[in-house]
Design a binder for this molecule. Sequence first.
Ligand code: UDX
Length: 478
Amino acid sequence: GPERPRVSVIGTGYLGATHAACMAELGFEVLGLDIDPAKIEALTRGELPFHEPGLPELLLKHVQSGRLRFTTSYEEVGAWADVHFIGVGTPQKPGETAADLRFVDAAVTSLAEHITQDALIVGKSTVPVGTAARLRDLLAETRATAGLDGTVELAWNPEFLREGYAVKDTLTPDRLVVGVESAHAEALLRQVYAKSLTEGTPWIATDFATAELVKVAANAFLATKISFINAFSEITETVGGDIGTLADAIGHDPRIGRRFLNAGAGFGGGCLPKDIRALQARVSELGLDRTMRFLAEMDDINLRRRDRVVDLAVQVLSHHRDGIARSAGDTASPVPSPATVEVLNGTKVALLGVTFKPHSDDVRDSPALDVANRLFTAGADVAVYDPQGNANAARRFPRLGYVDSLEKALVGADLIILLTEWDEFRQMDPEYVGRLVDQKLLIDGRNVLAPRPWQDAGFTHAALGHRFSPAQSATEGS
Ligand code: UDX
């Protein structure tokens, strides 16, 4: 291949923008493409349209050095780059669980029509197994029909980056997986990832199907770990026991491992929920309906966590009001139960965190935002505070109350619900918080606040994964 391949990145969302900036950091000349001119204008000015730690600095550095440029023109990237990474979205099809592949298809077709030299197209988007093989044929067909010369190959290189750690995960990945159909494609990708390879990053060169499946298998496994501990939460919430200690204890077994066993409001975000749904849809297309049936269960367990937060709010508030912890009844329905409305109506809730996890401004499929909206629908006066997520949440649910500081959320609150474990919330001082609120009621939806100091400050402390035992928290507490 060329001495130092020129790199293009198609799609400049979380994945594409991160990949483009990191490729520039690795020393490549990079051209990022998006069909959204507003995004391209912002990026060209060196402005990142979303929150990702460390990325704005990298973007600005390489936009200023000229190594990283952006365009909306396929003609331009097609004539310029040797390696084209595709990082466009594969959302859920509207009203379905299957993945919508129209953006990936469009990217491949557009590249196929505009590439004027030998090149490699490298898919990074998460796709249903079988997609790469189909796109390889689509690519060949499109080039043949247009009568274009030059060898344009396809490879698949799934991305495992986590939001909040995207730069680190891209520059120093745990492993590199490439689905390739020729030695040339593998050699070119080895050249692109030479730095990681010298650092000893495992290199897994395989076929298309395996490469595609590695990604969905990893996400399905992670989702399963979270739902597994959350299923045990349903047991400890009923019978007693400490979910955190349970996770620590099983996590000491290296075959299990402690990571991704944090019980709480469950998983959300732009990947895990949609990927496990798309995987189920794909396997049933393949006639394997039973194979991934357990994932439907994982999805249900995950969504039940949100119901549990609402139920716990009703229990905590009703107990505080008249000494009886009432159940909310059916909390799964989008229409709040009469019991929920009766207890929540007019209650001032300090809702801490709306992003799907800390270090991100992403509210896609966020358990926290879903709960916030349900409390609001039941008549609660919800004051949402998130260090990064307010703006995105307000776009999605404009009628919730948003405040720009933790203090403002807490002042006069009847109930505090922590749903995203930002450091700012972990570090709250119970005595100080106690002076701001009206009622000392706290629900820890992420199991990050030690009960003792809160109980000592007079709070009723309730948490997911723990049986709500008001006698202990409220009366023995102070
Ligand atoms: C995930 C995968 O980790 C990543 O490898 C893949 O490329 C994309 O999907 P991300 O969506 O950024 O990354 O989030 P992640 O850090 O995995 O968290 C997912 C969700 O699970 C969050 O809502 C988080 O709060 C929740 N979670 C995570 C738990 O509830 N408990 C845990 O123990 C871990």
